[in-house]
Structures are given as C-alpha cells and as structure tokens.
Design a protein around this ligand. Structure first.
Ligand code: IVH
Length: 687
C-alpha cells in the first residue's frame, strides 16, 4: 500500500514538473490551469497524509509555506562580478579595439538582453537545485533557496542525465511587467474599497518591477513569494571541467537540461552584427514582458575569455551597452497645483497612466509657470514623458501633431486653450505672489494656509527644535483637522479630554504626548528660536541670534543695522526678522508660548559662558580633547559667537587640534596657511 502511494506521489510530481516546464520555460502549456491545479491539489493532499514521502524537490514546495527567520550569509564559490558600461557606439568600438589589440583575431560575440532584476546564483548538485544565493556584495550573498524554489520556471530537478555533477548557473530574477501591473491593480482595488485616496494608494503601490523583485525575494515567508509570480532568465554557467567550449554552447546545453535561457540571444562574428542587434532591440525590447535596460556583449569562446581575463571588478571579455532613458507619450489629463510646507506652489501633471521603463506613470512634475509657458503644455495634449535617473518623471515636450486633432482623448477640444497658471492658492484662496527673479509662486498666507501651518508645526516639534517626538505628522494633521490646534501656541493648551477625541488615541498615548509637550518647556532658547520657524532662520542663525541678543525682546526690538552686526545675517534675513516681529499674530504666538513657560532667554549658565569674543571667526574642530568633549567644544565656540564648519578651507580662521587629528587635515591646514591651535590656546582666547 505505502509503496503504491510513494509511487503515486512520484508520478504526480513528475507530471506536474513536466507541465511546469511546458508552461514556464517553453511558454507552451498543454493542459488548462484548472487541470494543473487539480493535479497539484492531489499531490499536496497525498503528501500531507504521508509526510514521510515529501521530498525537498517536490513541486508542492513551489506554493511556499516555509518561513525563514533570517537569511544565511553564504560566500560565493566564484565572486559575482559586475560589468563595464558603454553608452554609445563609439565606446563600444573602443571595447572591440581593446580586444583586437590584445592579439585576438578571430573571435565571436554573443549578445543577450540585459535584464533589469535581481541577480542570482543557483547551484545544482546531482541534478537537484541545492542552493540559491543573491549577489550581495559580490563576495557573499543571502541564501534565498526557499524563496527561489517557489519560482516555477526554475527547475528543482534537471532533465536528462548528462549534466555535470556540480555546477552553478547565474541569471536574473525579475517580476514580469504584467505581474507588476496585476499586483498594483489589486492593491488599487482593495485600497479604494477601504476608502484610501488616490495619493495614498499611489504611495502604497509597487514602485517598479526591480524594487518589487528584490522586496519579494527578501520576504521571510515563502508563501508571500509564491503569490507574486517571479520569473528568471539564466545567462551564465560556471563550474570545473564544464563540457563545452563556448558560452553560446553552454547556454544551448543548459536549455536542454530544462533551464530557462532567453531565446533572444544571438551570436555574431563581427562588431557590425552586434550593432545591428542593439538597433533591433532598442524599440523592440519594450514589447517584452520583462524590463531590460541594455544589452550584454560577451566574447564567446571560453579559451578567448580565459585569454582576456578580468580586471579587479569585471571581465575584460564582456561589456554592457545601456540604452538611453526611456521615453513615452501619453495624454495630459489635468494640471493640479500642490502647496508645499513653505508655501511654494508646484504644478503637477496628471497623466493618463502609462508604463514607462517599468513604472506606471500617472504624474509628472511641471516645475513652475515658466516651464509650462515654455513648453506650452495644454490640458488634453499628447505629451512626451521621460524618466532619467530621478524618481519623478518629467514632461519634455508636446506632440503638436496631435493637438486639436482628436488624439483619442475626450479632452482634445481643451487643448485649443493655452494653460493659465493659477492666481490664487488652491488650499486657502489667498492670492499668490512671485518674488522677482524667482521661479516659483508662493502662497503668502503663512499662518492660515493649512499645509503651511501643518508644516510649521511639524518643524516646531522636530528633533532639532522642540523634540516632541510623540507628536508625529499624522497626529498633527488629526489635531489640526479637528480644529484643536491652529497655531504652534495651541499645542501647549491641549487637554487630555481633547486628545481622547482623536481617532486611535488611547489613554497611554495621550499621557505620553502631554509629557512630551511638558518636557519641551525646558528646551534652551537657541532651539526655541529655531523652532518658531521664522523664514530663512536655520539652526545656525537661530543660535547666533540667541547668543548675540540673549533674549527674544532684544531680537524683537533690534533694528536692521543691529541685526546685520550679528555676522552671517544678510539684508534679506534681517528684513524677514523685522517683518516677523511686526506681525501682531506672531507676537501673540510668542506671548502665549512665553506664558506656557518656554525658554525665551539664555539660562544663567549660558549667560556666564557666552560672549562675542569669537565673532566672525570660523573653526574646524578635529581630534580628541582632554578638557572638553567635542560637542561641548563646538557649543562653546557657538556660544561665544564663532562658527563651526566641517572641512578646512581658505576661509577657516583656526583649526582646534586635539589628539589623533587626521594627517590629511593637518596637511591641508598647513598648505592653506590656516592657524592650528591647541585646546589650551583656545581656552586662552576666551579669557
Ligand atoms: S553577465 C561578470 N548577462 O547585469 C558579470 N549579466 O552589470 C556577468 N545582467 O550583475 C554578468 N542581464 O545582474 C549578464 N544577460 C546578462 C544580464 C546580466 C542582466 C545583470 C547582472 C549583472 C549586471 C552586470
């Protein structure tokens, strides 16, 4: 009986793997998905009833289920190198020239597409997949065997019997474009049902197939991996005493063992053939279900590869050719305007969703009014979108041949009109301003425009300001939307019963928050100066103002001339300070914060330690000190009107050198003639 069951399990396994091969490797299924699922279900049932017959290479392993705690780090038997890059024909000719100059005369090239995924090294021992390791740093990678076993196109057992006892085969695991779109559609559908907005959904969707692949492979639960249908192309065989003489032959043979090798590789006996291949695939590659970013060109014969050898990082016998940034055209459906935390307006193009270099693009930046005018983009236009290195794609032009011509868009009549830039803030309705010489429009309603007010609050509670970390941006938004905080001063009037009205706010977090707020009352004056968020006043300027004027009333009453005295404060900054204190609403906020107990003057101790003895001097602090720790030394410099910078330049006044100062810094200071002083010299300067 049990022998019969074991036999049945073996038969079923074999049958299922055969269908897997037909479907995933040959793309030629011979049964329906339904029939396939039935077979698999039957196998899983039998294995559950008779776990003694469950084998590690059973196709049931492909549905996942095993959970890993942490991936084991494994050293690669052969390091995983990278490739040199070329970006044009000339650079490619240089590569060919180098090969000819090495003395080789008759050699062939193999061209393959460069798949954009995650590279993997598979080890097969006695025809069974024994290990799958990621590239890692090239020397060591993560053992992701359990996850890789869920990839249906990777055979768990090889076909035939004439493969080497042990070898590695490397390739690229990727998420097919269609799978990427399918997953994102599902996320969209589900989150819509849960009431999320488009913006939030976009944030939660997969960004591009490559990220999605690497994220999926890192999942600890292999079931989660099995649910996302990854695929893999293999492109390089490694091992001792391999039974072939060339790369092309190795891949042709690997195919016969059931391994998935792309059918798009080709062999050429001249560089001209290679260039033809590049041209052929430039456009055609976009029609594939896998993301590609170039072509890999390899010298074919192993003997030639051995002759050419390697540089420290990459083989001399292979090179990558990278295609230029991808471009696509789509319809501009609408232009919306976002108001940033500083009040800056950013026009955003809302596009008819389109796949560009593997990412679904729905939005592109339009930068500012000048760019819109220059490109003359109009709603309803067909626009060209390009993705360079940056994450946000940009619109690079308009397809004028499609303007007003019924480009398939129901919006096409609109593109008869030039785009009019908005004149009023979309958030608060205030008329926008545009300072002379500046590209961006601003909403001047700093104290009343919702995103600006929330932004100010986020700045106020941030680590370098009041450091109220229990008050995150989400809570700020909730409190603001509930009308509980309208300005930063309201934070100190919050009561527990108010907080408990907020969704998801429990007793414990309310207490935490109130404690955090109370603790912030002790934050020293210079940080309060930074926290209140006067335009152009960064951390350093806030410190300077605090140590120079010593209390807020002195700053409030200072004239432009006095402010300019501080050093490093220019006319523009001085004027914003004056404008800030001329605004009664700001004064009211300050008075209320004072009433709440915030520090608006230097402490006794700070007063004793502060002076303007180091005014206009710039210091670089380097090494280890005995009387100060480094941070205290830097603080002392600031409290006495000096400025700390990170690296030595001609403008540096002094280098305060401690023990173990880096020799490079020493050399640089000497070369630039910057004075080097000891800790004791520094202390004398303050006496
Ligand atoms: S051969 C010695 N062939 O590109 C390196 N690599 O920059 C041998 N890649 O890490 C690599 N498609 O992840 C090779 N057909 C292909 C490839 C390919 C994609 C990736 C691979 C490698 C990187 C090289």
């Amino acid at each position: 009986m049990s022998e019969l069951i074991q036999q049945k399990i073996e038969e079923l396994s074999k049958k299922i793997e055969e269908h897997n091969y037909n479907y995933y490797v040959l793309s030629n299924p011979t049964i329906s998905d339904f029939e396939f699922d039935k077979l698999l279900e039957e196998l899983i049932k039998l294995e559950k009833e008779h776990p003694e017959f469950l084998k590690t290479d059973s196709p049931s392993q492909r549905v996942g289920g095993q959970v890993t705690k942490e991936f084991k780090t494994v050293k690669h038997k052969y390091p995983m190198l990278s490739l040199g890059n070329t970006y044009n024909e000339e650079e490619l000719r240089d590569f060919d020239e180098r090969i000819r100059k090495s003395g080789l005369t008759h050699y062939e090239y193999v061209c393959e597409l460069k798949y954009d995924g995650v590279s993997i090294s598979l080890t097969y021992i006695n025809g069974k997949l024994s290990q799958a390791v990621t590239r890692g740093d090239g020397e060591k990678g993560d053992d992701v065997t359990t996850n890789v076993k869920t990839i249906s196109s990777i055979p768990l057992t090889l076909r035939g019997d004439n493969f080497p006892k042990e070898f590695e085969i490397r390739g690229e695991i990727f998420m097919p474009k269609k799978e990427f779109l399918r997953i994102n559609e599902n996320i969209h559908k589900q989150l819509m049902e849960e009431g999320y907005g488009e913006e939030e959904i976009y944030e939660k969707q997969l960004k591009n197939p490559r990220n999605a692949t690497s994220g999926t492979l890192k999942q600890l639960d292999s079931k989660a991996v099995a649910q996302r249908k990854l695929d893999c192309y293999l492109y390089s065989v490694l091992g001792e005493d391999l039974p072939f003489a060339s790369h092309f032959e190795s891949l042709e043979t690997a195919k016969k063992w059931g391994l998935k090798v792309s059918g798009d590789m080709e062999k050429f006996s001249s560089l001209e053939g290679v260039i033809g291949y590049l041209k052929k695939w430039d456009k055609k590659r976009h029609t594939l279900n896998v993301e590609t970013d170039g072509v890999v060109i390899k010298v074919n014969a192993y003997e030639h590869q051995r002759f050419l050898g390697f540089t420290a990082k990459s083989p001399r016998w292979a090179i990558a050719y990278k295609y230029k940034a991808a471009q696509v055209s789509t319809i501009l459906e609408d232009i919306s305007y976002q108001v940033g935390r500083t009040g800056a307006i950013t026009p955003v193009a809302n596009l008819k969703p389109v796949l560009l270099a593997g990412t679904t693009v729905k939005r592109a930046s339009l930068h500012n009014a000048d760019i819109i005018e220059k490109l003359d983009v109009r709603i309803g236009d067909t626009v060209f979108v390009e993705k360079g290195g940056e994450i946000i794609p940009k619109i690079i032009g308009v397809d004028l041949t499609k303007r007003n011509s019924g480009n398939g868009s129901t919006l096409f009549e609109e593109n008869a009109h030039q785009t009019k830039y908005i004149t009023h803030c979309p958030e608060c309705g205030t008329e926008l301003i545009r300072a002379e010489g500046e590209a961006n429009h601003y909403c001047p309603n700093e104290l009343g425009c919702p995103p600006q007010v929330k932004g100010k609050m986020e700045h106020f509670v941030s680590r370098k300001a009041m450091d109220i970390d229990s008050l995150g941006s989400e809570t700020i938004a909730q409190l603001y939307d509930a009308g509980l905080i309208k300005t930063i001063a309201d934070i100190y009037d919050l009561k527990k019963e108010d907080l408990l009205k907020i969704e998801r706010m429990a007793e414990k977090s309310a207490n935490n928050l109130l404690e955090g707020i109370e603790a912030s009352e002790k934050v020293p004056f210079e940080r309060v100066m930074f926290a209140i968020g006067i335009r152009h006043i960064g951390e350093t300027t806030a410190k300077k103002l605090a140590f120079y004027f010593k209390n807020i009333d002195a700053i409030k009453n200072a004239s432009v001339e006095q402010l300019l005295e501080v050093g490093d404060i220019g006319e523009k900054t001085a004027n914003t300070i004056i404008a800030y204190f001329a605004d009664n609403r700001c004064i009211e906020i300050i008075e209320r914060l004072k009433g709440a107990g915030l520090q608006f003057e230097l402490s006794e101790q700070q007063l004793v330690n502060s002076s303007d003895k180091l005014k206009d001097l710039t210091f670089v602090v380097s090494g280890v000190f005995t009387r100060f720790n480094r941070d205290d030394l830097k603080k002392t410099i600031e409290q006495n009107g000096g400025k700390n910078v990170g690296s030595i330049s001609g403008k540096t006044s002094y280098v305060v050198a401690g023990e173990n100062m880096g020799p490079e810094k020493l050399k640089k200071a000497e070369k630039l003639g910057v004075k080097i002083i000891s800790e004791n010299d520094f202390i004398k300067m303050l006496e």
